[in-house]
Design a protein around this ligand. Structure first.
Ligand SMILES: Cc1cc2nc3c(=O)[nH]c(=O)nc-3n(C[C@H](O)[C@H](O)[C@H](O)COP(=O)(O)OP(=O)(O)OC[C@H]3O[C@@H](n4cnc5c(N)ncnc54)[C@H](O)[C@@H]3O)c2cc1C
Length: 436
């Protein structure tokens, strides 16, 4: 007997959420199905209009597209158009309480892109740029997906088939429902209420603020570098300033982020020293979005799968890269294998679990970084080691590369951890501590 969980020609897939995960899933599901001569009907439910500026079109994010994701997308034939990229990034500048140091990309090229996920901050100056989420959603539509602007408000099982409701009306009974809903709304309740064991991911609150000034001032003060702050500010793990067209996006990640955290950060002595004069810039908008820090244990059931931020994602970095990996893994399982719980367990879960395991290494690395941040002597010595590495052309730049990879999406935490276990590097740092 044919497996009822294998997708057939004409099978229907409902994708709830048209952020990066939903669009990546749809693009790959449609491409893969064509490869094996099947035609799928994919509908993406996404109420947000990503062309709108301000909160209406915004998916609240730093908007850094990692070097690895830019390259991976290019290999997939997805090239980010000029109209999308706000600024090319070729370096990081790392700030500690004891000074700052420049860390260039290994290739010295502008290989990291900064984008807006929606239309940008409210009343954005210098229009003419596209939104990343709109670009991906359009790509999915050009592959054959249908974009429906409805918000899904309930899903029920009917004989192990998901039934979708919007505005109280039954709207679809697809062969597969994909939850690409992120963590920034209360939609997780819909999947929790289905009763198969899904629980929303554990989250922390982060802060984002958009600072506007003249584009010449952005170039003068921030250049093509992401400015990264490892400062002992209460509750703040690290913060980044990401230059774009006429704005700088400030992202603050940590544990006890509250409304005032942005002001406290901007008032910090080190941060103040690099900003233009207070009267020449303005904080245009700010928000406190949620960030996934622990994946749900049960992300799928028969004909239902959750991926991206609603499932497992990379800890504190490269969420967009994880959206690509998990969206594609879900598509591959659904198209080439099937949509039962067993299919997802066998084909999707290993990819899901790899991210969870890698994040455990990330947690250890961030705990060590925290220790370096709060202990003055360690902080000073770490800073000097990076500075020395950057000044010596023949240096292997171990600590610089560890820091670079910690905050960009290039490497797995596991590999960074392995590289960080370098005795001569730790010896240099501790020797520096004794001298201080
Ligand atoms: C402060 C902060 C900074 C970040 N910076 C970066 C960064 O610089 N680079 C990076 O790679 N990652 C970054 N991330 C992570 C990144 O934002 C996420 O990993 C990424 O957005 C996940 O994509 P997603 O599609 O899974 O979820 P989302 O982007 O959240 O998209 C979910 C979509 O689902 C839709 N939706 C929700 N409920 C429903 C419903 N009921 N019906 C229909 N549609 C629905 C929403 O409207 C939304 O469009 C950052 C995150 C935070 C919090």
């Amino acid at each position: 007997m044919a497996d009822p969980y294998v997708l057939e020609n004409g099978s229907e897939i409902a994708v709830i959420g048209g952020g990066p995960t939903g669009s990546f899933f749809s693009i790959f599901a449609l491409k893969m199905a064509k490869m094996i001569g099947k035609e799928l009907n994919v509908t993406i439910y996404e109420p947000k209009d990503f062309t709108k500026d301000g909160p209406r079109g915004c998916n609240r994010c730093g908007g850094l597209i990692s070097e690895l994701l830019v390259q991976t997308l290019a290999v997939e034939g997805i090239n980010l158009p000029e109209t999308l990229v706000q600024r090319g990034i070729n370096s990081y500048r790392l700030y500690t309480d004891h000074g700052n140091v420049f860390i260039g990309t290994p290739s010295h090229e502008k290989t990291i892109a900064t984008v807006y996920r929606g239309g940008g901050p409210k009343g954005i100056i210098g229009k003419g740029k596209e939104s990343f989420d709109r670009f991906l959603l359009d790509l999915a539509v050009s592959e054959g997906a249908i974009h429906n602007p409805l918000k899904i408000d309930r899903i029920e099982y009917n004989n192990i088939r998901p039934v979708l409701f919007a505005k109280g009306q039954r709207i679809q009974e697809p062969d597969l429902a994909v939850g690409a809903i992120g963590v920034k709304s209360r939609t997780y309740k819909i999947f929790e209420d289905m009763g198969f064991g899904y629980r929303r991911p554990e989250t922390v609150t982060a802060a984002i603020a958009e600072i506007s000034t003249h584009s010449s001032a952005i170039t003068e003060y921030f250049g093509n570098s992401v400015h990264l702050f490892l400062l002992p500010i209460k509750g703040v793990k690290f913060a980044a300033m990401i230059p774009k067209g006429t704005y700088v996006t400030v992202c603050i990640l940590g544990k006890d982020i509250v409304v005032n955290t942005v002001n406290n950060f901007l008032d910090n002595r080190v941060v103040k020293s690099i900003l233009p004069k207070t009267e020449t810039y303005k904080v245009n908008c700010r928000c406190l979005p949620k960030m996934n820090v622990r994946a749900p244990k049960i992300p799928f059931n028969h004909r239902v799968i959750l991926c991206g931020d609603a499932g497992s994602t990379r800890l504190f970095k490269d969420g967009l890269g994880a959206a690509y990996i998990m969206g594609k893994a879900a598509a591959k399982t659904a198209v080439f294998h099937g949509v039962s719980k067993q299919h997802f367990q066998k084909e999707y879960y290993p990819v899901y679990r790899n991210i969870i395991i890698d994040n455990k290494f990330g947690k250890v690395l961030f705990a060590v970084t925290d220790a370096f941040k709060v202990h003055k002597a360690l902080n000073k010595s770490m800073f000097r080691v990076v500075q020395k590495e950057q000044l010596e052309p023949s240096s292997q730049k171990i600590l610089s590369s560890v820091l670079w990879d910690m905050f960009t999406g290039n490497e797995l935490y596991k590999d960074i951890f392995r590289r960080a276990m370098n005795f001569p590097m730790f010896f240099d740092i501790f020797k520096g501590c004794i001298r201080i």
